[in-house]
Design a protein around this ligand. Structure first.
Ligand SMILES: [Zn+2]
Length: 114
């Protein structure tokens, strides 16, 4: 399961960041997960919860910010965002020439530590 390895590296990252700030407790982790990132947020939280006991993040709560897929059309220049995970054509003009500008991210947005 892909989410387990993501959760492992997330745990490693947050523990390192907290330690770098001389913190001992991680309270909250806010993640930005794009709909096209391929990561299922529920599965990631579940995997993280299974890994966190005995670490600084033992009591940490993960909050997920869902990032929709958005892009910019190279034909008509419109900026768009969609509900789906994938974009096949510009919703305004139907052109297949566009760039995806968000929706693929998997980022640590904020970390609350004590
Ligand atoms: Zn267009």
């Amino acid at each position: 399961m892909h989410e387990v390895s993501v959760a492992e590296s997330l745990l490693k990252t947050v523990v390192e960041q907290a330690a770098a700030h001389n913190c001992t407790r991680i309270e909250k982790i806010i993640l930005r997960i794009g709909r096209a990132s391929g990561v299922v947020s529920e599965a990631l939280v579940f995997a993280f919860d299974a890994l966190k006991p005995g670490t600084m993040a033992e009591n940490a709560v993960i909050e997920v910010m869902d990032v929709p897929v958005a892009g910019k059309c190279e034909t008509c220049g419109s900026d768009f965002s969609v509900e789906e995970k994938y974009v096949l054509a510009c919703p305004s003009c139907g052109s297949p020439s566009f760039v995806i500008t968000s929706g693929r991210e998997l980022e640590l947005s904020e970390l609350e530590v004590y």
